[in-house]
Design a binder for this molecule. Structure first.
Ligand code: ADP
Length: 393
């Protein structure tokens, strides 16, 4: 016989069972929800970590590019940029900045404007900065295939390339001009000697014409040898420069010997004050003797009056760097001419009385720079003119 208690218990259990099961299910669900929450929190943290990593790598990559890079929206807003690009546009942080709104009118802004209006990739030469900071860039804006019409813009600094091109172009123009002048004169005298019998038959006129032709042919020879020397020293990597050890004392004595007739003729004094004996240097001794020769010869030829004093001084510092200077007490160089004296074909003396090609100091500067050094000039006309060469250790 089943007791009523048991029946009652079973009935109660039948009613309570769903609730018991439900509460167990709720507990399980709550537990699962909690673990899902924890998991999603963990995933969020991982995602943030991953994003940080990607951003960091992206920044590293952008900086490693080594050239200004900007990712630009068509509105002009910056989506991404590296430090070099921020320097270029003159902003501390260009991110999310609209360049078309913040940048003043300039070549660079005009370029960004052109990019934003474009529906295809663009190449352009853009200038930025002023004075000493003036730079020339070749800019390439590539339309990205990301459906947002973003442009990836890179800037390549071509200032040096441009400068070299301008120097080469000017050099060719100047060289042709300098060579054409004596050549035209020689041709004129030759035509007269060939076509005009009275010129050819008169011994005195003929002699004078030949003398003038010889002088101009000499000038052309000097110009060509100076141009060749400059071309060689202009590209030190082309293997023209020797590397040898030599004593500056001996080299300076040789130069002085070559110039002695001029020194005597002008009643000038050249004093050598070289710190040590020997004063060993490494480099191309041919070019170093050309440097010392040109500097002393310049002092002499620009100061033909008697009594000129030229001092050649060389000192070596404790850090093994050395200074070589050539100083004179002649007429000097005016303040206006001083910035240009190292330019090719520049001659401060326009009268043409002083012989020269205008290449002497350009050769000196290039030869010094090809050896890793630098040269500067100071002048107090009538008192003291100094050319100072500095060679790092
Ligand atoms: P060049 O080959 O004609 O001598 P350089 O390039 O050597 O030309 O020199 C350029 C100009 O600098 C010269 O025309 C000259 O007027 C000036 N100069 C150079 N050295 C001196 C100096 N020691 N004293 C006065 N003028 C100088």
């Amino acid at each position: 016989m089943v007791s009523w208690d048991v029946v009652l218990g079973l009935v109660l259990l039948a009613f309570a069972l769903p609730f018991i099961l439900l509460s167990a299910k709720i507990r399980v669900t709550r537990y699962r929800t909690l673990s899902v929450q924890q998991e999603s929190k963990y995933l969020r943290l991982m995602l943030r970590d991953l994003e940080n990593h990607v951003r960091h790598d992206q920044e590293l990559f952008l900086e490693a590019l080594g050239v200004p890079f900007i990712l630009l929206r068509p509105s002009g807003r910056v989506e991404m940029a590296n430090k070099k690009a921020m320097e270029l546009v003159g902003l501390e942080s260009a991110l999310q900045v609209n360049l078309l709104r913040v940048m003043p009118e300039c070549d660079l802004r005009a370029f960004f404007q052109q990019v934003c209006a474009s529906t295809e990739s663009i190449h352009a030469v853009v200038t930025a900065g002023e004075g000493e900071n003036h730079r020339i860039y070749r800019a390439k804006a590539t339309l990205l295939d990301n459906r947002k019409r973003h442009f990836g813009i890179v800037f390549l600094d071509v200032t040096e390339e441009h400068r070299t091109q301008v120097i080469r172009r000017d050099f060719v123009a100047n060289a042709s001009h300098e060579l054409r002048t004596p050549l035209t004169l020689i041709m004129g005298y030759l035509d007269a000697l060939i076509d005009e019998p009275e010129v050819a038959e008169d011994a005195a006129i003929r002699q004078r014409s030949l003398g003038i032709m010889k002088r101009h042919a000499d000038r052309m020879t000097r110009l060509i040898s100076d141009m060749l020397m400059l071309a060689r020293v202009d590209s030190p990597d082309s293997g023209y420069l020797n590397r040898e050890d030599f004593d500056l004392n001996r080299l300076a004595e040789d130069v002085q010997l070559r110039l002695q007739p001029m020194i005597d003729e002008q009643k000038a004094t050249v004093k050598m004050d070289i710190q040590s004996q020997p004063f060993m240097m490494t480099g191309d001794s041919f070019y170093w003797s050309q440097v010392i020769f040109n500097l002393i010869e310049n002092s002499l030829k620009n100061n033909p009056s008697p009594g000129l004093q030229v001092n050649v001084k060389a000192t070596r510092e404790a850090d093994a760097s050395c200074t070589i200077q050539v100083e004179d007490n002649g007429i000097g160089i005016s303040e206006e001419a001083l910035p240009y004296i190292f330019n090719r074909f520049y001659r401060a003396d326009a009268s043409g009385k002083v012989k020269g090609t205008g290449l002497g100091l350009a050769i000196v500067k290039n030869a010094v720079e090809a050896h890793g050094g630098s040269i500067c000039a100071e002048s107090r006309p009538g008192k003291r003119t100094v050319f100072r060469i500095h060679l790092p250790a």
